[in-house]
Structures are given as structure tokens and as C-alpha cells.
Design a protein around this ligand. Structure first.
Ligand SMILES: Nc1ncnc2c1ncn2[C@@H]1O[C@H](COP(=O)(O)OP(=O)(O)OP(=O)(O)O)[C@@H](O)[C@H]1O
Ligand SMILES: [Mg+2]
Length: 342
């Protein structure tokens, strides 16, 4: 078992917005997760499920309303300043919108030099330029001389995303939180960005929290890692990627999987899609009682309206569903229809 880099213990975050009505949104609700040194965790869920908020909690940009965030076993709130700065360097967030994240009037060199000088990782201008060139090479922007003096608007979306990764690498992070890093990039370039992330993980041992709504890209990156499925602020299913996708148990994950296009038309024809009771996700300001998924769940029973299910099971596969043991196993070929479940 690898050492834990980041641990979330029953973490919740409530946003209170709108004055004077003070609307409350519990964007993250009682999440416990562990990201080991060098590990990969894919966090999947639909829009508004709280993925970005969870990523920011991991990166220390938000403080939890409840629960604890630990870095190498130390509570962030009880940390001395030196360790806190070390943590902030060790965990780098890479934004999904590379254009917005880069200063338009700064060249690539200037954007990357700033953190090097700030953290005193480079002493002289020449040293900084050499280090920036090496970082650009590391993220596949070669030869670096071609990119050093370019402005963000002179780069393609894929190149900008690589510059952001290079900027994250300036401070030698131990974890990169990649929030939908490929959503703004052409399909043809997505794979190469994911390949780069995988390479950084393998070559430099950098852990990755990969945030996406796309199970296909999650599989590409995290097949040997963990998968967590989020729904309205809660983790509904979690474990090793292989175990969870080999035997998906939560009706929400089963529905997500049945919505993924199947390339083989013979399989596609014989597959029965699982239909959800309500198509639109509920209002996060008023989450449903009990199990938050119950209004959409084809298997819901009275207890689901009343009691929130705990995330339970062995460490390699936990499910938050009262009927996890009874719901028919799901497989593209044998997708049982919920009406057969009495
Ligand atoms: N700064 C904020 N102030 C108030 N509410 C917020 C804030 N940020 C997020 N929320 C709310 O918290 C919930 C979770 O948002 P979050 O951005 O974490 O979801 P997400 O899973 O990343 O969605 P997406 O896939 O669209 O990026 C949403 O209901 C959102 O409206
Ligand atoms: Mg988001």
C-alpha cells in the first residue's frame, strides 16, 4: 500500500450565496477519499455534481465547511506555515480553460519564469530560461525555442494546455489536479494530452486527480488507478477502476454506462438502455431527501426517500445504495430492465 498523499475525511462544503436570501448549496457532502503518492484517481459525474469544488478542496483553494483534508497525514488546518507552503506547491491545479488561465500579455517564457523565480528555483535569468526550455521539452513543445517567446493567442488549444502543464511542473508537484483538461481541446488532440498526463505519472511519479464527465477518457488514464463516481455532492460508487467498471453496482453508474456509445452495432442493437425516471438532474439547492438519486432511480423503494445510504463495501469497491446487493448486475449485453426487478 502506497503512502497517502491527500486524504479527505468526511469533507463537506456549503456555498451560501445570494443576499439576503442566503441560498445554500452543499456542493460536496461528506466525501472520504484517499489519493496515494503516485496514484491516479478519476472523478466522474455530470455537470454540477461538485467535481470542481472537490478538486479545489484537494488543492487547498477552498476550506471545508466540515471534515478534514490531510496532506501526508497532516491536517491542513493544523499545519505550520512552512508545511502549508510545501503542500501548496505539491498540489497543482490545471484549469480546463487554458486560454483563461494564461495571461494574454505574457509570453510563454514569462508565464513559466514567474513561479520559478517566486519559489527561488531559478537564480538568474539564464538559469530560468534553461529551466523553462527543459520544461517545454518535457511537455512535448519542441524545439522549445519555437515556443518561448510566443503569446497565448499564437498557440493552439492543445499547445496552451501543454503550457499550463509545464507551468504546473515548474514547482515539482506531487499531485496534479486536472479539471476537464481536454474539454476545450480538439478531439484529435485529446489523446495526446492524456498520454502526456500518463507519462508524467509514470516517469515522474506525479499523482493525478483527473476530473471529467467522460468515462471513456477516464478509462484511458485511470485504468490502473481508482474511479469515484459523484452525484449531487456525494460519492455514490468508488474503488479500483477495474473492479468498479467490471461490476458497476450503483444504478446511476449503470445508467451512465448505458449512455456511452457502443462501437459494435451488434452489441448496440441487443442492448437495452437503462432509462431514468426523471431526465433532468434535481436542483442542488434542494437536494432530494434520503438517497439523493432516488427521484431518478428506477429501483427506488420507500426507504430510499428516507435514509441516505452510506458508502459501504471493501476498499476496492464501495457503493452507496440500499439495494446494491440486489440490483441485477449490469453488462452491456445483459442489461436487465428495471421493470423485471420486483
Ligand atoms: N463559488 C460558488 N458559489 C456558489 N455556488 C457554487 C460555487 N461554485 C460552485 N457552486 C455550486 O456548487 C455545485 C457544484 O459545482 P461544481 O462546479 O463543483 O460542479 P462540477 O461537477 O464541477 O460541474 P461541471 O461538470 O459543470 O464543471 C453547483 O450546484 C454549483 O452551482
Ligand atoms: Mg467543473
Amino acid at each position: 500500500m502506497r503512502n497517502s498523499l491527500i486524504t479527505l475525511e468526511d469533507v463537506s462544503l456549503v456555498f451560501a450565496r445570494g443576499w439576503p436570501s442566503r441560498e445554500r448549496v452543499e456542493a460536496v457532502a461528506g466525501v472520504s477519499l484517499n489519493i496515494p503518492e503516485g496514484g491516479i484517481l478519476a472523478l466522474v459525474g455530470e455537470t454540477g455534481s461538485g467535481k470542481t469544488t472537490l478538486g479545489k478542496l484537494v488543492a487547498g483553494l477552498y476550506r471545508p465547511t466540515r471534515g478534514r483534508v490531510l496532506f501526508r497525514g497532516q491536517d491542513l488546518r493544523a499545519m505550520d506555515r512552512r508545511t502549508f507552503l510545501e503542500y501548496r506547491r505539491a498540489v497543482q491545479l490545471v484549469h480546463q480553460d487554458a486560454f483563461a488561465a494564461l495571461n494574454p500579455v505574457r509570453t510563454v517564457y514569462h508565464s513559466l519564469k514567474a513561479p520559478l523565480l517566486h519559489h527561488r528555483l531559478a537564480r538568474t535569468e539564464r538559469d530560468a530560461r534553461e529551466q523553462v526550455a527543459a520544461l517545454l521539452t518535457q511537455v512535448g513543445l519542441t524545439p522549445p525555442e519555437l515556443f518561448l517567446d510566443k503569446y497565448p493567442h499564437q498557440l493552439s488549444g492543445g499547445q496552451r494546455q501543454r503550457v499550463l502543464l509545464a507551468r504546473a511542473l515548474t514547482v515539482q508537484p506531487r499531485l496534479i489536479v486536472a479539471d476537464e483538461p481536454v474539454s476545450m481541446v480538439d478531439v484529435s488532440l485529446r489523446l495526446s494530452i492524456l498520454q502526456l498526463l500518463r507519462e508524467l505519472n509514470r516517469r515522474l511519479g506525479i499523482a493525478i486527480l483527473y476530473i471529467t464527465h467522460d468515462l471513456a477518457t477516464a478509462r484511458y488514464l485511470a485504468e490502473d488507478g481508482q474511479l469515484a463516481v459523484m452525484y449531487l455532492g456525494k460519492i455514490v460508487e468508488h474503488g479500483t477502476f477495474r473492479e468498479v467498471l467490471g461490476n458497476p453496482r450503483h444504478p446511476y453508474l449503470q445508467a451512465l454506462l448505458s449512455a456511452v456509445p457502443i462501437p459494435d452495432p451488434r452489441i448496440a442493437r441487443s442492448m437495452r438502455p437503462m432509462t431514468l425516471q426523471e431526465i433532468d438532474p434535481p436542483d442542488p439547492r434542494r437536494p432530494p431527501s434520503g438517497c439523493r438519486f432516488h427521484p431518478r432511480c428506477p429501483y427506488a423503494r420507500p426507504i430510499c426517500r428516507e435514509i441516505p445510504p452510506a458508502l459501504e463495501g471493501p476498499a476496492d469497491h464501495r457503493v452507496a445504495c440500499h439495494f446494491a446487493a440486489e440490483i441485477p448486475p449490469w453488462h452491456p449485453l445483459s442489461a436487465a430492465s428495471p421493470s423485471q426487478w420486483a
